[in-house]
Write a protein that binds this ligand. Structure first.
Ligand code: C5P
Length: 224
């Protein structure tokens, strides 16, 4: 990658278990780009609310959010959300968080708290010498970075996605989360106009990564 290439933002959106995280991780290993998993942000906030016994309701959540100090730790090419100086652990993948996260993510104060934080990840990436950002989520190409240099939308048949989660040993209702995420009022899950839509149902992870890597390379080659 030429040292003069401009900073590139790659937005990867898609439903639950559509392959976003595996794809984003593999790309971050190939390119000098910082990986940011925004699903982990919503999960971390959800785990914290559950720990405090707070229900997904605007007033209580707004009050609790005011106490949270968010930070970022960069580790192995990935940016991790810190809450009060601590990176939450595997509790963010628990069945309780899987069941509650879409309800917290639908609340405007939660999305507002994370919007600026997520946009600020470009500065984190630049401060650590990365040449780009690979951010994955539901609203990255539509709301967080509508001007991202490259926007990709991944999808796969629901049966295949449920099979992937079960293979990971996770108890997770992917269809229900997608229903909630697609139908909410604020920043719903959607394929933004201009995004490259990839159906990964019958593709291996390597195939998906190769396709997106080719798009990144094409973008770099034509960058001014
Ligand atoms: O990506 P993951 O499945 O870990 O995301 C967990 C949940 O976080 C999603 O089901 C969704 O409710 C929420 N989310 C979101 N916007 C994002 C990323 C995740 O609402 N950009």
């Amino acid at each position: 990658m030429a040292s003069s290439s401009p900073f590139l933002i790659v937005a990867i959106d898609g439903g639950a278990a559509s392959g976003k995280s595996s794809t984003a991780r593999a790309l971050a290993a190939r390119f000098p780009f910082l990986h940011v998993d925004t699903g982990a942000h919503y999960r971390a906030i959800t785990a914290e609310m559950l720990r405090r016994g707070i229900l997904p309701e605007e007033t209580a959540v707004t009050r609790a959010l005011g106490d949270l100090v968010l930070g970022t730790r960069v580790h192995n090419g990935a940016a991790l959300l810190e809450i009060g100086g601590r990176v939450p652990g595997e509790e963010i993948r628990s069945p309780e968080v899987n069941a509650a996260v879409s309800h917290f993510a639908a609340l405007r104060p939660v999305r507002a708290a994370l919007l600026e934080y997520q946009r600020g990840q470009t500065s984190v990436a630049q401060a650590h010498g990365f040449r780009g950002l690979i951010m994955e989520g539901r609203d990255i190409g539509s709301v967080i970075f509508p001007d991202a240099g490259l926007r990709v939308f991944l999808h796969a048949d629901p049966e295949e996605r449920a099979r992937r989660r079960a293979k990971e040993g996770q108890q997770d209702s992917v269809a229900e989360r997608d229903r909630l995420d697609s139908s909410r009022q604020h920043a719903p899950l959607t394929c933004p106009p201009g995004a490259v839509d990839i159906n990964s149902t019958h593709l291996s992870l390597e195939d998906v990564v190769a396709r997106v890597a080719a798009l990144v390379n094409a973008h770099i080659a034509t960058a001014p």
